[in-house]
Write a protein that binds this ligand. Structure first.
Ligand code: PEP
Length: 249
């Protein structure tokens, strides 16, 4: 049985005060919820406030990105050890907005993944096709390439904490959602790529989340798919009540 993981990606929303307000509202709503793992990934400047606010609860905190070097003259970047020192345990890697707007490539995803795993963080690696690729029947090729390159030169033993998020780019922030069947098909393909890279046993335990306009209204149907091991939630995770409704699908 794979325990589902529901992760909030706050993108570039909320400051430390708003972060504290969110947790003050959210924690009582999910107190005692043990069925799923819950992770909140706020902007870097909110990490401290989030970690403090979530102390004593089962909510984990994650970063939205990480650089692969340990330290150095890399203005604006944050390392895995910095995330860990701030109290984060998870990190999103290769989100489509980073691929689209900040020159993230399959190769930098691989470097970041290696660094995060080495440091002991739980990486949530995002893969997914854009609309033109889906329309051109290239979804499988794209997912295969993204997985192959992300997993390059990583051993199954090192990758133990890996989590994948399948996020069709056309479904992110658009209100369009992949049907549970579309997501399940993509997840099956990703799992088979993980099996090739890390072995069948690893693949059977790998959690593959779905992301792309997950809302309280569609969470139940998506989470009912056997292949879907949780959700990466953007817009609907900003409000404590709506994120709670998703967590309690
Ligand atoms: C995301 O940011 O990863 C995401 C899936 O966003 P949204 O839920 O808003 O589509």
């Amino acid at each position: 049985m794979r325990k589902k993981l529901i992760a909030a990606n706050w993108k570039m929303y909320k400051n430390p005060e708003q972060t504290r307000e969110f947790f003050a509202a959210f924690l009582p709503l999910v107190a005692g919820h043990t069925r799923d793992e819950i992770v909140v990934c706020p902007p870097f400047v909110d990490l401290y406030a989030a970690v403090e606010a979530a102390k004593g609860s089962s909510i984990a905190i994650g970063g939205q990105d990480v650089y692969w070097k340990e330290e150095g003259a890399f203005t604006g970047e944050i390392s895995s050890s910095m995330l860990l020192a701030a109290g984060a345990t998870h990190v999103i890697i290769g989100h489509s907005e980073r691929r689209q707007y900040f020159a993230e490539t399959d190769d930098t995803v691989n470097l970041k993944l290696k660094a995060a795993l080495e440091a002991g963080l739980t990486p949530i690696v995002c893969v997914g096709e854009v609309l033109e690729e889906r329309e051109a029947n290239l979804t499988e090729d794209v997912l295969r390439r993204q997985c192959l390159r992300a997993f390059h030169a990583i051993s199954g033993k090192k990758a133990a904490k890996l989590v994948i998020a399948y996020e069709p780019v056309w479904a992110i922030g658009t209100g369009k959602t992949a049907t549970p069947q579309m997501a399940a098909d993509a997840h099956e393909l990703i799992r088979s790529e993980a099996a090739k890279a890390f072995g069948d046993e690893f693949a059977a335990q790998l959690r593959i989340l779905y992301g792309g306009s997950v809302k309280p209204e569609n969470a139940k149907a998506l989470m009912a798919e056997e292949q879907i091991d949780g959700a990466l939630v953007g817009g609907a995770s900003l409000d404590a009540k709506s994120f709670t409704a998703i967590v309690q699908y």
